[in-house]
Ligand binder design. Structure first.
Ligand SMILES: N[C@@H](CCC(=O)N[C@@H](CS)C(=O)NCC(=O)O)C(=O)O
Length: 236
C-alpha cells in the first residue's frame, strides 16, 4: 500500500515526496533533494526484485504513475505523466528542483549552460538508460521471444562500451564538472551510470580514469555520501 503524502511543510507549501528505489536512477533526485536541504519524504517503490514497498509494475503504483517507473516526485503543480501534482521523468524532476531552488546553484544560470545540461540529460536518459540499459536489463522490451534475449543483451553491452568510452573522452578534456564550471544536477545523474557500469561488469576503477576522478569529487559531497549510505549503495 502506498502511504498518503503529508499535506504541507511549515511554510504551508506541499512537502515533496520522492518515490524511489535504491541504486536506481531516482538516486540522482534523492541526492539533489539532500543538496537542497529542505525536508522531504521518501517512499520506496521497488524497480527490481523486491526491495520493499510496492513494485513499479503493481496496480497501486501504475494507478498513480501509468508509466510504471520511478523516480516520481509529489507536490509539483500540474499533471502530465502521472496523477495530479506528481512529476515523473528524472530529467524533469532534476531541473524542477534546481530551478525552484536557485540558491543551491545546481544548474548554470545562462541559457547556453542550461542547454549543455539538457544536452547531457537527454542523451543519458534517452539513449544510455532507455536504449542500452533497457537492452541489458529489460530485453523483453525489445523482443518477444526469450531465445533472443541474449543477443539483445549482448548488443546492449556493446552499446554501453561505446557510450562509456565517449563519456570518458568528454570528461577527459580537463573539465572540473560534467557541465564545465560548476557542480550541477548532471553530476549525480552521471554517478548513477558510473555505479551501474560496475554492476554490468565493467572495470570502472581502471578503464575510465577521467570519469573516476569526477566520481571521486562527487563522492566528497556530504549530500552524496548521505544518500549512498541511506540507499546502501557502494561506488567503486
Ligand atoms: N524515462 C524515465 C525512465 C525511468 C526508469 O526507467 N526507471 C527505472 C529505474 S532506474 C524503473 O522504474 N524501472 C522499473 C521498470 O522498468 O519496471 C526517467 O528517466 O525517469
Amino acid at each position: 500500500m502506498l502511504r498518503q503524502p503529508k499535506q504541507s511543510n511549515l511554510a504551508g507549501t506541499p512537502m515533496h515526496r520522492l518515490y524511489y528505489s535504491p541504486g536506481a536512477c531516482s538516486m540522482a533526485v534523492h541526492i539533489v533533494l539532500e543538496e537542497i536541504g529542505e525536508p522531504y519524504e521518501l517512499e520506496l517503490v521497488s524497480s527490481r526484485g523486491h526491495l520493499g514497498g510496492v513494485g513499479t509494475t503493481s496496480p497501486e503504483w501504475t494507478a498513480k504513475n501509468p508509466k510504471g517507473r520511478i523516480p516520481a516526485l509529489s507536490g509539483v503543480t500540474g499533471r502530465i505523466g502521472g496523477s495530479d501534482d506528481l512529476l515523473t521523468e528524472a530529467h524533469a524532476i532534476l531541473f524542477y528542483l534546481a530551478r525552484t531552488h536557485p540558491g543551491a546553484r545546481l544548474l548554470p544560470a545562462d541559457a547556453a549552460g542550461e542547454a549543455r545540461a539538457i544536452e547531457w540529460m537527454n542523451w543519458l536518459s534517452g539513449t544510455v538508460h532507455a536504449v542500452s540499459y533497457g537492452q541489458i536489463w529489460r530485453p523483453n522490451r525489445y523482443v518477444a521471444d526469450e531465445r533472443d534475449y541474449a543477443a539483445v543483451q549482448s548488443k546492449g553491452q556493446q552499446n554501453i562500451r561505446g557510450q562509456y568510452a565517449y563519456i570518458e573522452s568528454l570528461l577527459g578534456d580537463g573539465r572540473d564538472w560534467a557541465v564545465p564550471g560548476a557542480y550541477s544536477v548532471v553530476d549525480p545523474y552521471l554517478l548513477v551510470f558510473y555505479e551501474w557500469g560496475a554492476r554490468i561488469g565493467l572495470d570502472m576503477k581502471t578503464s575510465y580514469p577521467a570519469w573516476r576522478h569526477l566520481t571521486q569529487r562527487t563522492l566528497q559531497r556530504p549530500a552524496v555520501r548521505h544518500v549512498l549510505a541511506n540507499e546502501n549503495i557502494s561506488v567503486p
